[in-house]
Design a binder for this molecule. Structure first.
Ligand code: HEC
Ligand code: HEC
Ligand code: HEC
Ligand code: HEC
Length: 396
């Protein structure tokens, strides 16, 4: 159907001199629709507002629960702590500083949003943080997608070859690659993208444009490029004609397939001794700690991996100390060691770490959620360190 529409649009575009209203849509004003009680209850249960700005929902009221806002305050120096402590934290907090606002998710296709909630993948090359894989049902994802995307504009993107070629030239002239990767396309410039980072806050939130054709509503693409919202600012010199050509280019330029991500093999156990201090510094304190802490360290909240959050029950898993990690986690009301061997001999915690590699390759491991949640998989060297420490009897 889509193809037929594009071809019809092409025929229309080719048969006349001037662009027609059929192919360029006027800017669609965002439609704010009040969420239903069910939708609000869902967002409350899953705590979307601990990371996102959610339409009609105030940010997590307690500062101590709002992951990105607190990290941002620390970076802005607005957090009440000693200067040397602040400086140390500023150096440590890199991964979770900016999350996209869901207020502008109304540009996306509803079906895409639903699929993304069920099977999130990495969209923004500049962001270390990713959308976590939540425990969410098909019906819940559907409900949330209907709220975030109240109406859809199924308009078509103009696509005659001369327009697409003009769009490509504009893409280079405006140096969109300062902020955007466009992987698999002719205009993707990793080096220009990398150099665009310094002092550019929008850089972190710029999506890889290879996904735009499957996630942005066709009827919204040109109007977004002309009058962007959220973290993308309006670019001087882009009027309706430029936006139309850029949209045609972004939506139709050929893309090389993504390189297949292979699930890597674990490295063998190390010969040398690995003490607790080393695994703690290089793994648990580095990445896991803040979601699996004790209330004191995490300022009144044990973190979602300890006292519960994002819709997950409290697992009681504290990775901030030797004693904490030795106490394991709560499953079906009972404490269980995270070092217990699964039927294939893999310690449970290692299975969770490898599951994140499977998720990065587009799969899931049944019953084993990838860790760290919402962050890239650990390196094989980090996993090897944990596995060696376990194999050596977990020396203190
Ligand atoms: C732990 C933080 C966190 C929580 C909790 C969270 N998200 Fe996200 N979400 C993210 C991050 C980070 C991204 C950006 C990921 C990317 O671009 O690769 C994202 C992306 C999204 C996107 C895509 C938007 C866009 O512009 O690309 C949607 C839609 C979304 N989240 C909806 C939700 C909903 C609904 C909830 C609650 C059910 C939720 N998120 C909970 C961190 C979170
Ligand atoms: C009250 C402020 C505050 C809140 C709220 C907060 N953090 Fe943190 N976070 C910190 C501080 C401070 C550090 C650095 C701690 C250190 O290294 O000693 C940190 C570090 C981290 C790190 C490791 C550094 C990095 O950037 O990768 C992660 C991951 C993290 N936090 C995740 C979260 C998540 C997820 C939430 C929400 C559930 C959250 N934080 C809520 C203050 C906060
Ligand atoms: C200064 C950085 C910056 C520049 C330069 C920039 N963008 Fe963006 N762009 C962004 C950010 C950030 C977003 C995501 C906004 C958000 O989620 O709040 C975005 C979103 C988009 C989207 C929506 C894609 C999606 O998947 O949601 C399109 C299309 C887009 N930009 C096209 C362009 C084009 C074409 C150019 C060059 C003319 C350009 N951008 C230049 C930062 C930039
Ligand atoms: C963004 C927050 C977050 C981060 C970062 C995180 N976790 Fe988790 N973790 C959770 C949540 C929430 C759960 C509960 C998931 C569930 O119930 O399925 C969990 C569950 C677990 C479990 C399983 C517990 C059980 O009983 O099933 C293990 C093991 C685990 N995490 C280890 C880690 C390790 C190791 C790291 C660091 C490499 C890490 N986590 C980083 C939030 C996080």
């Amino acid at each position: 159907v889509k193809r037929a529409l594009v071809i019809a649009a092409l025929a229309v575009a080719c048969s006349r001199e001037e662009p027609t209203q059929e192919v360029t849509r006027p800017q669609v004003a965002p439609i704010v629709r009040a969420p239903s009680a069910r939708q609000l209850a869902l967002a409350d249960k899953l705590e979307c507002n601990r990371c996102h700005h959610v339409p009609s929902v105030p940010a997590a009221a307690v500062r101590d629960k709002n992951c990105f806002a607190c990290h941002q305050q620390i970076h802005q120096g607005a957090f009440d702590a000693e200067p040397d402590v602040l400086a140390k934290w500023q150096g440590r907090i890199q991964s979770m500083r900016y999350a996209p606002s869901l207020v502008v998710a109304d540009r996306l296709q509803r079906a895409w949003v639903k699929q993304f909630l069920l099977h999130p993948h990495d969209v923004r090359p500049g962001s270390i943080a990713q959308m976590p894989r939540l425990a969410i049902t098909d019906a819940e994802a559907d409900e949330l997608a209907r709220w975030l995307v109240p109406v859809e504009d199924r308009g078509v993107v103009a696509s005659d070859p001369s327009l697409v070629a003009h769009g490509e030239k504009l893409y280079r002239d405006f140096a969109c690659a300062r902020c955007h990767r466009f992987t698999g396309s002719r205009v993707d410039e990793a080096a220009m993208h990398a150099s665009g980072r310094a002092g550019n806050e929008a850089w972190v939130l710029a999506p890889d444009l290879r996904f735009a054709r499957e996630r942005v509503q066709p009827g919204q693409l040109a109007s977004w490029i002309e009058n962007p919202r959220g973290a993308m600012e309006k670019l001087a010199g882009i009027g309706p004609d430029e936006a139309r050509a850029l949209a045609a280019f972004v939506a139709t330029t050929p893309l090389a397939p993504l390189a297949k991500v292979e699930v890597p093999k674990r490295l063998p156990i190390l010969e040398r001794e690995v003490p607790w201090a080393e695994v703690s510094a290089k793994v648990f304190h580095d990445t896991c700690w803040h979601c699996h802490a004790v209330p004191d360290l995490a300022r009144g909240d044990g973190g979602p991996g300890n006292s519960g959050g994002f819709g997950f029950p409290g697992r009681g898993l504290d990775l901030s100390s030797y004693t904490g990690i030795s106490q394991g986690s709560v499953r079906d009301g009972e404490r269980e060691s995270i070092f217990a061997k699964l039927p294939d001999g893999t310690p449970r915690v290692i299975a969770h770490l490898m599951a994140r590699h499977v998720e990065a390759a587009g799969g899931v491991v049944d019953g084993v959620r990838g860790m760290p949640l919402g962050l890239p998989a650990l390196t094989l060297e980090q996993i090897q360190l944990v596995e060696t420490w376990i194999a050596q009897g977990r020396p203190q």
